[in-house]
Design a protein around this ligand. Structure first.
Ligand SMILES: [Fe+2]
Ligand SMILES: [Fe+2]
Length: 152
């Protein structure tokens, strides 16, 4: 597809390409981690993933209910504060994701679980790549459309 050039088009793209994809993939990732935990691989990983999934859902919900509608209406004086909040949450997510990535790298595969561990690793790495692209697009293209610029 062509690169969206208006905020409304960009928002539609972010929703379809990233928000919906995260929502579709996260439950399966948590379920697979839960199943592996039952077979002795990496205790607490599923719980920590679940916490991350819920935090991400809350973040996307705030964007969809507050920030994006404001953007679609052209922005207002308060929008920079919401953008600041979203950027702070992006930083928090990046820390959590980096920690989960480290633990994924150390994940052992008890006998018989190798295919599931490989599937979890690959689902993880796709999710994390998507997340990085998602945040980068918001921070480098969408948010700057609404950040205060000095009058010229
Ligand atoms: Fe987003
Ligand atoms: Fe975001």
């Amino acid at each position: 597809m062509s690169v969206p050039s208006t905020a409304a088009e960009l928002i539609d793209h972010i929703l379809a390409r990233f928000h919906e994809t995260h929502r579709r993939e996260l439950p399966g990732i948590v379920a697979l981690a839960r199943e592996l935990e039952g077979k002795g691989a990496m205790p607490t990983l599923a719980d920590d993933l679940d916490v991350m999934a819920k935090a991400l859902e809350m973040h996307m919900f705030k964007e969809e209910m507050r920030l994006f509608p404001m953007m679609e209406q052209g922005g207002n004086a308060l929008i920079v504060h919401l953008i600041d909040d979203m950027q702070a949450e992006h930083l928090d997510h990046a820390d959590v994701v980096a920690e989960l990535e480290r633990r994924m790298a150390d994940l052992g595969a008890p006998a018989g679980t190798e295919p599931d561990v490989a599937a979890l690793r690959s689902a993880f790495s796709k999710l994390f790549d998507d997340l990085a692209q998602h945040v980068q697009l918001e921070e480098t293209v969408l948010f700057p459309m609404f950040e205060a610029r000095p009058a010229s």
